[in-house]
Write a protein that binds this ligand. Structure first.
Ligand code: ATP
Ligand code: MG
Length: 654
């Protein structure tokens, strides 16, 4: 029996077409986009085959487009051979050798411009060094680095020699690092003495030592890059300095020609909903969608200065720092530190000084920067910006409007990009020269992406504004290949329903009357209030729309009569009320939600805190809030939690 659909309560009718100035210079226009959609609709595989031939330099062209004999482990372009690093670097040398590939800025202000020629050489040198350390095709290499150019060099060097990299975010603890190293069975770890973050040194080498202490038997070598120059202990039988092993290496390196479906990397998900999963991506398909999304969604052009603020420890930092910008010959900014050093103007200062034209960040960063007020960004010249993007969580319409007006000066389209570690690249996102954006909507699936919304029986929901499960019905090139070492978990997690017919994304969504998609939250987080199923995003957005609210998260708490009651956690723009309780403010917010979306969504309880529990990638961890709302002890996996101390405050213990 199909359950009730998920109900929508958010009313958001504002529309923002791209300006004429943007459309005039955009590379993709309405007719061309329509042609792409039509071609993909008529011949899904043929469409992707065409694009793959046009966008990738193949060592050996593929004859077969898709091997589905072992579905859902799909293999794209199975008989094609290529190298991802070759496609990112070597093929830029002809025309773009002197073009700046990377503008690196350290947190302490050091700046370096690196050309494609230079980057190619450094990658080749390091690739040769890895080979000399005994790394060969198929070996796993864990990268635990600060957000510096060498992190990208390490990834590219692995790709060049066919080693499978697994980047672990530099903010993770020794035990998180150890778990990931052990899961991958890595032979080698690449780290640094430390990195600069938040005005402090992150002790990467010490943490690596702790992780390896008495564990991770597979690791033979640790390569250490000297970044901070502070003292670290070197274990002579295991540790080598990056400079020592690269000193005598040649600056060319023949790429390893890989089958398109050979693994390129493993990356563990953020852990918002549970224990992180080692997502495996392949070479050809992944690269293809990294490139197509750079073109279709970011409208990347030769003169752009692209800045994706994500760390390489997340998928966003893989696709839109380490691979996509390089594969399209772009100039990009890499920034080592946090947005608040020396002050909350740092992002805008970087944009101004380096002339950033495309800026891509997460809603959590936008909300945090919005909280400090308009005066900060207004002190900078942001006129070079032409396109803004967001990823990671649903963006509340209020934050969208602020981003649009205050950062984009009302002139820059915003691309709200829905995708996942598992999808490898953007799936649902605007095409900025064409789409009329709506605040809070990721708009339409990209060409060749067959998204749909279904109910519990797997039937497509076609009625406007009825929420259900977001699924993808046809395989796409950059899709997850498997969960490393756990094919069964891969099938159980992503193909559990409907006889394995659809990829289940794990998010709930609705389509509006124009067919635009609105993500409503995670399936696990859906509330059931008096028989009404409600997504988290819409109630949170109503709260954030209140002038005094900076951030909000809602969860359900068991309730005798209603089934579940709405429990809200709110961060105010001003001070946190004493003890996290403020009856007057709560009444005001209850009334506000009542008028904004209706009485059903009124929170029964509101607790105020200085922050919300977030993953290290900046996403709200509602599963912890749910436990707190129920008064339970927290026994779940908190290894990816950013700010453990906030839990005490939320539990009313601080
Ligand atoms: P885990 O799978 O371990 O719980 P995670 O889902 O947070 O972690 P990611 O792959 O980094 O790991 O995030 C993908 C998820 O982020 C999506 O499923 C969706 O919930 C959310 N998301 C990403 N981009 C958007 C967006 N533009 N709008 C709404 N939600 C988004
Ligand atoms: Mg997920």
């Amino acid at each position: 029996m199909a359950q009730e659909n998920i109900e929508s309560t958010l009313h958001e009718d504002r529309q923002f077409p791209p300006s004429k100035a943007f459309v005039d210079t955009a590379s993709l226009h309405a007719e061309q986009l329509e042609a792409l959609y039509q071609r993909a609709e008529q011949d899904h595989e043929g469409f992707w085959a065409d694009v793959a031939r046009a966008e990738i330099d193949w060592k050996q062209p593929f004859a077969k487009t898709l091997d589905d004999s072992n579905a859902p482990h799909y293999r794209w372009f199975p008989d094609g051979k290529l190298n991802v690093s070759y496609n990112c670097l070597d093929r830029q040398l002809e025309k773009n050798a002197d073009k700046t590939a990377i503008i690196f800025e350290g947190e302490q202000g050091d700046v370096e411009h690196i050309s494609y020629r230079d980057l190619h050489q450094r990658v080749c040198v390091f690739a040769n060094a890895l080979k000399a350390q005994g790394v060969t095709k198929g070996d796993r290499v864990v990268i635990y680095m600060p957000m510096i150019t060498e992190a990208v060099i390490a990834m590219q060097a692995c790709a060049r020699i066919g080693a499978i990299h697994s980047v672990v975010f530099g903010g993770f603890s020794a035990s998180s690092l150890k778990d990931r190293i052990e899961d991958t069975g890595a032979k080698l770890v690449i780290t640094a003495d430390g990195g600069h973050r938040g005005g402090k040194i992150v002790e990467l080498k010490n943490t690596t030592d702790q992780a390896l202490d008495g564990a991770c038997d597979t690791v033979e070598t640790v390569i250490v890059f000297k970044r901070t120059g502070h003292d670290v202990r070197m274990n002579p039988s295991r540790d080598v300095w990056w400079t020592d092993i690269t000193r005598d290496q040649p600056d060319t390196c023949e790429p390893e020609w890989m089958d398109a479906a050979d693994p390129l990397f493993l990356l563990y998900t953020s852990g918002s909903t549970g224990k992180p999963k080692g997502i495996q991506h392949g070479c050809g398909g992944y690269l293809l969608n990294a490139i197509t999304s750079m073109r279709w969604v970011f409208d990347i052009q030769d003169s752009d200065v692209f800045w994706c603020t994500a760390d390489v420890g997340w998928i966003t930092g893989h696709t839109y720092v380490a691979y996509g910008p390089l594969a399209t010959g772009a100039t990009q900014v890499i920034y080592e530190g946090v947005p608040t050093v020396p002050d909350a103007g740092r992002f805008w200062d970087v944009c101004q000084r380096h002339g950033v034209t495309i800026f891509y960040t997460a809603p959590t960063a936008i909300r945090a920067l919005m909280k400090v007020g308009d005066d900060v960004p207004k002190g900078y010249d942001l006129s070079a910006l032409r396109l803004l993007g967001t990823v990671g969580e649903p963006i509340n319409p209020e934050a969208w409007m602020w981003y649009y007006n205050v950062i984009g000066g009302g002139r820059c389209p915003i691309v709200d990009t829905w995708w996942q570690t598992e999808t490898g690249a953007h799936m649902i996102a605007p095409v900025p020269g064409v789409t009329h954006a709506k605040p809070g909507s990721c708009t339409r699936p990209l060409p060749g992406i067959d998204a749909a919304i279904v109910n519990d029986d797997g039937e497509e929901i076609t009625k406007a504004n009825q929420g259900g499960y977001l699924v993808i019905r046809k395989p796409w090139p950059s899709m997850i290949q498997t969960i490393w070492g756990d094919d069964q978990r891969y099938k159980d997690t992503y193909w559990p329903y409907f006889d394995g017919k659809f990829y289940l994304a794990g998010d709930s969504a609705r389509q509006d009357v124009d067919g635009f998609y609105w993500i409503m939250g995670r399936i696990d987080d859906v509330l059931n209030v008096s028989g009404h199923r409600l997504g988290t995003m819409e109630i949170e957005s109503a709260l954030v729309a209140h002038p005094k609210v900076a951030e909000a998260a809602v969860v359900g708490r068991p309730h005798d009569v209603k089934g579940e009651a709405v429990f809200a956690y709110v961060v105010l723009k001003g001070e946190r009320p004493e003890g996290g309780i403020d009856d007057e403010m709560t009444q005001e917010l209850r009334n506000w939600v009542g008028t904004e979306i209706g009485p059903i969504a009124k929170p029964d309880d509101i607790r105020y805190s200085d922050n919300l529990p977030k993953t290290r990638s900046g996403k709200i961890m509602r599963r912890l809030l749910r436990a707190i709302a129920k008064g339970e002890e927290i026994t779940q996996d908190t290894s990816t939690l950013e700010n453990e101390s906030i839990l005490l405050q939320l539990q009313g213990k601080a």
